[in-house]
Design a protein around this ligand. Structure first.
Ligand code: 13P
Ligand code: SF4
Length: 330
């Protein structure tokens, strides 16, 4: 989704106006100067900035060219024709961009921006599972390292997990590493799902009891959750979907009270675009997503570093798993 998609016909002017409304007059001169400098560097470097929906409003509304969920970012990275892709997201997203568009320079403004799910499983774990479950296909969430992808048959995201599982035409699959995403997918398909025990450190903190309390406090509340949440949260929600699907749903709820059970920068971003939706905002932040800042985006464009590279020994196998997923679509 580009500027126009986010803000209607006003496009870029509107996104900056929306951002300006959300900062104090004292903050705006420095912020707008930083944004202008990043825009200058983007043009000089022939770069595009892809930002995940969890980025803060200064990045999401201020400097990104494309925003979206993991699946949208992978598709857009594949289509990108600029020389440089800056990933305002976490490391696995930058690796995915490099896999699908290997001739580009892919910059990751902070290489330490990881993910608890990606940390929860190794390539050796998958090799072990294959001996335990011979012939059972391995479906791997994109929130994994390239090494893990290389051991997998196909990737999926929260936006297409059910479709990917069903595309394989088998009775059972291993679905790794997110235990809760696997549990959610199991409620949506007859294919038997064998899970792993990884969790997202942000979504696992929500509880079903918390959702009940929010409903008691806010009459008519609509609860929209990410499938990385625990099963009792999913059970207590009105809608479940990827970050992109959550945003689309929330934007259609004018005049309603809405709780987005996910990383909290997302409500800030959507509130700027849909002021008529009344967001209730519990705040769980992803510390990895929050490592990306305007300052380190600017620095990475100035220095063309840090650049993401992928071990040539695994790159082709990892790419295949991602490309198979992209062919299945959303
Ligand atoms: P989405 O693919 O839904 O954007 O989710 C990515 C993620 O990291 C959620 O925690
Ligand atoms: Fe990983 Fe969770 Fe952060 Fe998403 S929110 S990047 S799944 S730790």
């Amino acid at each position: 989704m580009g500027f126009e998609g986010r803000f209607g016909p006003g496009g870029e002017g509107d996104r900056l106006a929306a951002l300006r409304e959300r900062v104090t007059p004292l903050e705006w001169p420095a912020l707008s100067a930083e944004i202008a400098e990043i825009e200058r560097l983007k043009a000089a470097r022939d770069a595009v900035i892809l930002a995940h929906n969890y980025q803060t409003p200064d990045i999401y509304h201020g400097v990104s060219d494309i925003v979206g969920d993991s699946l949208a970012l992978a598709h857009k990275a594949q289509e990108a024709d600029a020389k440089v892709i800056v990933m305002a997201g976490v490391h696995f997203m930058a690796e995915t961009a490099k896999l699908v568009n290997p001739d580009k320079i892919v910059l990751m403004p902070d290489m330490e921006a990881g993910c608890s799910l990606a940390e929860s499983i190794t390539a050796a774990d998958i090799r072990q599972l294959r001996t335990q479950y011979p012939g059972v296909p391995v479906v791997t969430y994109v929130n994994t390292s390239a090494e893990v992808k290389a051991e997998s048959d196909i990737c999926c995201t929260s936006g297409n997990a059910v479709k990917v599982v069903e595309s394989l035409g088998v009775d059972r699959v291993l679905m790794l590493p997110d235990e809760y995403l696997a549990a959610y997918v199991q409620t949506q398909t007859k294919v038997e799902i064998i899970p792993w025990t990884g969790h997202c450190e942000v979504h696992e903190r929500f509880t079903g009891e918390e959702i009940t309390q929010f409903r008691e406090a806010h009459d008519g509340l609509v609860v929209i959750a990410h499938p990385e949440c625990p099963p009792d949260v999913i059970e207590a929600s009105d809608f479940v979907g990827s970050t992109e699907q959550m945003i689309t749903r929330a934007k259609g709820l004018s005049g309603r009270k809405v709780l987005m059970v996910t990383e909290c920068s997302m409500s800030d971003n959507v509130a700027a675009q849909a002021p008529e939706v009344d967001f209730v905002r519990p705040c769980n932040l992803c510390p990895h997503m929050k490592r990306i800042t305007l300052a380190n985006i600017r620095k990475s464009l100035e220095t063309l570093a840090p650049e993401v590279t992928i071990d040539p020994a695994i790159v082709d196998r990892a790419r295949l798993a991602v490309e198979r997923m992209l062919a299945v679509g959303r």
